[in-house]
Design a binder for this molecule. Sequence first.
Ligand SMILES: C[S@@+](CC[C@H](N)C(=O)[O-])C[C@H]1O[C@@H](n2cnc3c(N)ncnc32)[C@H](O)[C@@H]1O
Length: 448
Amino acid sequence: MPVSPARVAAFDILLRVDQQDAYASELLHSEKLEKLSLADRALATELVMGVLRWRSRLDQMIAAASSRPLNKLDADVLTALRLAAYQLRFLTRVPARAAINESVELVKRAQKRSAAPFANAVLRKIADTKIEPLPEAIAGDPIPFLVREFAHPEWLVKRWVAEFGVERACAICEHNQRIPSTSIRLDSVEVAQELESEGLELAPGRLLASARIVVAGEATRTRAFREGRLFIQDEASQLIAALVGTGSRLLDCCAAPGGKTAALAARNPTAEIIAAELHAHRADLLRKRVRAPNVQVINADALALPFQGGFDRVLADVPCSGTGTLARNPEIKWRLTPEDLNDLHARQVGILRAALQQLTPGGRAVYSTCSLEPEENTAVVEEVLSDAAGFELRECRDELKRLRETGELVWNDLDSLLNGKFLRTLPGVQPCDGFFAAVVERVDSENP
Ligand SMILES: C[S@@+](CC[C@H](N)C(=O)[O-])C[C@H]1O[C@@H](n2cnc3c(N)ncnc32)[C@H](O)[C@@H]1O
């Protein structure tokens, strides 16, 4: 029996995410997927993201129905089981027979023919099992409830409850399990009109005047997207670029794929902008995506840039865990370990130190991450500033006020975007991804 193209694509992507540390959102936008019909692409996306979002719940169901422990199953057998379990429990429009049969066929297609009867038996048992209602939140200890109800690893939930409180930790977990909205950044009102004439339904941005939320339609299928005049970018990410402000010579030292570089270029059309990226293939992607004539892309390490200073604005949007973007990148929650946060912290400290050395006196750097973890945020800034003479932390509030006054920021409650002197957004609490930013100014007049 042939397997539907959407399920084959979803199966292959899930295996690559699992075995090669690939990112699902990148694979779902690859050329291979472009060949699928719109309906098949939508189903493949739903299956991949659904399996990744609910993985621990699916594994519990499989473990309860399986005669073998999960860690003894081949990766392709487990992936096929997860795919069917997701359809059986979370999708109402897929008949159980189709979900089971296609996953059994996927097992055979993966040359695991001998495991097909086992897969069939496990899936039939899951299909026949009555769904137990979830236990009510345990008043004394909400952590086990959040872990189970929202399929998150315990260590992450524990630290969010400690850091943000139960209510906000719950809002974050709940948000991570939903399909996030798509936001775009527009350079002009004319582009919005053009998009609407092409059938895209847009709503105003919640944080920024230049943002729109895509209510219906495919932004990637529009002429403006193909011509690089429309950028798919979360509103918090757009806000980070707005925080950088204007200058005459700007450095974006961790730039690919270029969402913020493009926003900086739109805001600074006559400035010289250097966009550095460590990985050659990502630097190529950056060149393709950002076509502004005043942007020069270089393939270089932010720790060893081929110039020494002279920038009045620097953006260090550093590599991070991405825990503020789990609704878009759910695989991160299963991959990340507490130890990774220490490694990331060390890399981030190095990059911020190097970025500050590129500032001209009076110049400002914005340090940013899409992480919720203090190790990658406040702890990095505090460590760097503790031994860097001639630099001062500025109030993000002042920058947000400036953006309110110019009408760029349309969100009224500035306090909700701040944590002390820092910018901080929480997914599910504010209508955007979770981002952190700090503004540091070089206050000495000598060469550092
Ligand atoms: C968080 S992403 C940047 C996202 C980008 N600013 C945007 O808005 O589209 C971090 C980027 O930094 C790159 N990177 C990591 N280490 C780097 C280094 N030492 N120097 C330069 N780039 C680096 C990564 O490859 C990745 O592309």
